[in-house]
Write a protein of this length. Structure first.
Length: 150
């Protein structure tokens, strides 16, 4: 048998290179997979929080509409916190801040005795502060109610 002279150490060094390259590729691919998994988990959490914030907005809006209806019917709207049907887990609070009520009785309109201007605030809250699924929305509006002359 014929031996190649001068090529022995070179051939031996080339034998281990394939293993190093394969290990490098496995590590890089595993890192890419881990990064993609992490981004997917973050994206899912972000989507869930966005959905909860949208539901909180709808719950606060429902509370605001309820408060407007109560104010227009009997000029009160402060009630203990309540739950909105269909939005389980949300606590809605509606209030009419006393310091933000303006009554005017010196109008010169023929049909009106006076007006009442009231700010109404509705707050919707899900879970507790610091929780990963915590959602909070606060909406307010101003309602003007004209009183007719009896």
């Amino acid at each position: 048998m014929h031996k190649l002279r001068g090529h022995g150490p070179l051939l031996q060094r080339q034998h281990g290179f394939g293993l190093v390259a394969a290990m490098f590729l496995i590590i890089v691919i595993a890192g890419v997979i881990a990064a993609m998994w992490r981004m997917s988990a973050t994206q899912t959490a972000t989507n869930n929080l966005t959905l909860q914030q949208t539901r909180a907005y709808q719950a606060a809006r429902a509370g605001l509409e309820w408060g407007i209806s109560r104010f227009l019917n009997d000029e009160t709207c402060t009630e203990p916190p309540f739950s909105v049907p269909g939005l389980d887990g949300f606590v809605v609070t509606v209030e009419c801040p006393v310091g933000e009520r303006v009554e005017r009785n010196d109008l010169h309109e023929e049909d009106l005795q006076g007006i009442v201007i009231q700010r109404i605030v509705a707050t919707a809250e899900y879970s507790s502060v610091g929780s990963p699924d915590y959602a909070y929305r606060k909406l307010s509006t101003v309602v003007e109610l004209g009183r007719e002359i009896p």
